[in-house]
Write a protein that binds this ligand. Sequence first.
Ligand code: SF4
Length: 338
Amino acid sequence: MNSASKIYDPLYRWFEANKRVLPWRETSDPYKIWVSEIILQQTRVQQGLEYYMRFVERFPDVATMARATEDEVLRLWQGLGYYTRARNMYKGAQMIAERWGGVFPTTFDDIRAIPGVGEYTAGAIASFAYDLPYPALDGNVYRVLARLNDCDVVFDTTAGKKHFHSLAQRMLDEVHPRLFNSAIMELGALQCVPREPDCTACPLRHYCLAYAHHMVEVLPVRKPRPVVQDRELNYAIYLCPQTNEQGQKVVYTLLRQRTEKDIWHHLWEFPQQETSAPSAQRELTFTHLLSHRRLHATFRVYPVTSLPAIPDTIAVAWTALDDYALSRLTLRALQALQ
Ligand code: SF4
């Protein structure tokens, strides 16, 4: 028994009484747990739930996902943002199919080798699927550990992560790692919340050093946020009615696939020019927030009788736009237009 074992009983009792029923908690299928963890990396549970159901219905196992195209996976991902996650998931499915014959790996190191799987995700899959004794530190767990131990080490640096990782390893219930990780995560999500947690109702208040030392509100300590970069994007939406081979009227527009590695790599959008100053003539405008960027986007509609020749664009029927993995900003503009 380690020195943290005194928290196990009250923590587990609280978890049994308060845990949310979530489909990825009801399974020990490593593939489904992997899908849920990738979706939840930067997505709230409520929104993630919908996408998770969609993904496991369309791709019930890793082999089905590996056989799909990247575009199909991206289309299903549409609206979740941070598309690198979807791309890595697709790459991961192919790697599992090729390297392990479609059988999900069973050791921490092999799981960690899957693209897009970091220390946290590998720990989560290893413990949730196989009950292996690895900690899984997400934002909620960092907060609970910092407070329980009254630890003011900056947690989101390489050194800080190492520090908290060894703290978590020491506190882990090696007999029930799956239960311990699930319970501590849920405590962080529901009880030990970032602002004004109700410590008087917390099952761990008698063991919590931050509560005893009145340090709850200042923990955990994170490094200062990077400065947000502003960018001005000017989009042109061409609308060109034409008659197709069947004699039907079809409206065509132009799309281009982003090849720049900065944002929305490989996704499709209307032709665009980036400027340093805001556009003088604003029509359909949005401010769109990404992690460290604030995008100011202007969409202008141009009815034309023939589509202009813009390099790297393709003509697409307006009704076929759904067949392309569009950036979230482009989707917002389309919704507003419709
Ligand atoms: S007592 Fe308060 S700060 Fe400590 S673990 Fe519980 S909710 Fe978090």
